[in-house]
Design a protein around this ligand. Structure first.
Ligand code: GDD
Ligand code: MN
Length: 418
């Protein structure tokens, strides 16, 4: 028979933020209950802060799912930062009902990312995972994530941007901020963020061996950046999911998280430094870029030809002609890029709405490129007093690179996902 003393909290982990390679199981309740027990295969960390209204439901849903696929071979590790609403106490009270549950109450440290790592440090599984404690991450996806790992992935990521993924009813402002954050990350750390379609996700599984023994230095919310940046992640699989609305409790996101995110990016950028820049240089898709360049040239011909036809021959106003010519050139470029430059990626993505979506993105990015070009030209010409043609050439070169890179990552979204 178990006594209440057996239902103790995990002790808070301190020291370096490093997941151990070998798992030494502390003699816990599991061992006492059932003599020889199967080793834990999967440890799922649930970080919580003031989730008293969600904790019971999430534990119930997760254990129901996991009992079906990994009976007695998983553990759920709740890591609560001493929530004022007593989440950890509620979780502790659940221990009696869920033999696979473990609970850590942290009093020394705070913060989402460190909570996740501390949970992994206490974990016994060779597959480590994380899921939000507020039910915004649907537990149904877990099975697919687990089987992706079984099939050899080092990282299995639930993504809002993969097939079948999305956000339920986010405001335009939040979508914009989320995309802006992703774009900023792509610029600062292309080699890290471009590997997945949803680098902001906080719902993923990773092989212990991919991160064991490496010091992690996360800041703020985005633990995935650390795992991707510092882990030995070779194969990645994504599974689409829809980010659910929060039904109870409140999000902890404030402006501080955006600031932390930027600081985190910079820190990773600095510490990954040279090595990754070298790797990125080798990774640059040169063939694709050359095709993109040729398509750009064809666009130039279309643009100039139409301008001559509309303005020069038919006598339409210059601005009107230039706008029509530019838009038709963009359409020309899109068609060629979609059919040729990125044909390997678009073959499976030929539904009308998919093509239209790519086209709208391409159009917007080219438009931004145009604005960028005018700004750059002004800086080079008025600021640095370069020869106007040299300045124009440099501006075109820079904007072509911009157009290529951003379209590569957003319109045709080339990630390494298998
Ligand atoms: N232990 C601990 N400590 N948990 C925390 C803390 C903390 O300081 N702050 C937040 N949490 C817990 C919350 O209780 C919740 O379970 C989860 O972390 C996510 O926090 P939310 O405040 O609900 O974040 P969100 O809804 O904006 O989600 C965003 O971040 C997630 C985590 O990275 C989105 O970007 C998600 O995609 C992402 O999964
Ligand atoms: Mn949330």
């Amino acid at each position: 028979m178990l006594t209440t003393n057996d239902y103790q909290l995990l002790s808070e982990v301190t020291g370096a933020l490093q997941v151990p390679t070998a798992v030494k199981p502390p003699l816990g309740r599991a061992e006492k209950t059932a003599g020889a027990i199967a080793p834990v295969h999967f440890s799922l960390v649930v970080p919580t802060y003031n989730e008293s209204r969600n904790i019971e439901r999430i534990v119930a849903l997760l254990s129901q799912r996991l009992d079906a696929v990994l009976p007695d071979r998983y553990e759920i590790v709740v890591v609560d930062d001493n929530s004022p609403d007593g989440t950890w106490q509620l979780a502790q009270a659940l221990l009696v009902h869920y033999p696979c549950l473990r609970v850590m109450r942290r009093q020394e440290e705070r913060g989402l990312s460190t909570a996740v790592i501390r949970g992994w440090q206490a974990a016994r599984g060779d597959v480590l995972g994380v899921i939000d404690g507020d039910l915004q991450h649907p537990p149904e996806v877990l099975e697919q994530l687990l089987s992706a790992i079984e099939q050899g992935a080092d990282l299995a990521l639930a993504s809002r941007n993969a097939d079948g993924g999305g956000v339920s009813t986010w405001s335009a402002a939040r979508r914009f901020l989320s995309r802006g954050a992703q774009l900023l990350g792509l610029v600062l750390l292309p080699g890290v963020l471009s590997r997945v379609s949803d680098p902001m996700s906080g719902y993923f599984l990773v092989r212990r061996s991919a991160i064991a023994g490496r010091s992690l230095h996360p800041l703020g919310y985005k633990i995935l950046l650390e795992v991707l940046g510092r882990g030995a992640i070779d194969r990645i699989t994504e599974v689409g999911y829809v980010f659910q609305e929060r039904e109870a409790g409140e999000s902890k996101v404030t402006w501080k998280q955006y600031r932390d995110y930027i600081r985190h990016l910079v820190r990773l950028r600095v510490s990954l430094g040279r090595l990754s820049r070298f790797r990125q240089a080798l990774d640059f898709p040169i063939g694709r870029f050359i095709r993109f360049g040729f398509v750009g040239l064809s666009g130039l011909v279309v643009d100039m030809g139409l301008l001559y036809l509309l303005h020069g021959t038919l006598g339409f106003g210059l601005t009107r002609s230039a706008i029509v010519a530019a838009e038709l050139a963009i359409i020309n470029n899109f068609v060629w890029n979609d059919r040729w430059t990125f044909s390997d990626l678009t073959q499976q993505q030929q539904k009308r709405h998919q093509v239209i979506k790519r086209f709208i993105k391409f159009n917007l990015i080219c438009l931004m490129g145009l604005i960028l070009k005018v700004l750059l030209l002004n800086v080079l010409f008025n600021g640095l007093h370069l020869n106007p043609y040299v300045a124009n050439f440099l501006a075109i070169a820079a904007v072509t690179l911009w157009n290529f890179w951003i379209n590569l990552k957003l319109s045709w979204r080339v990630t390494q996902v298998k």
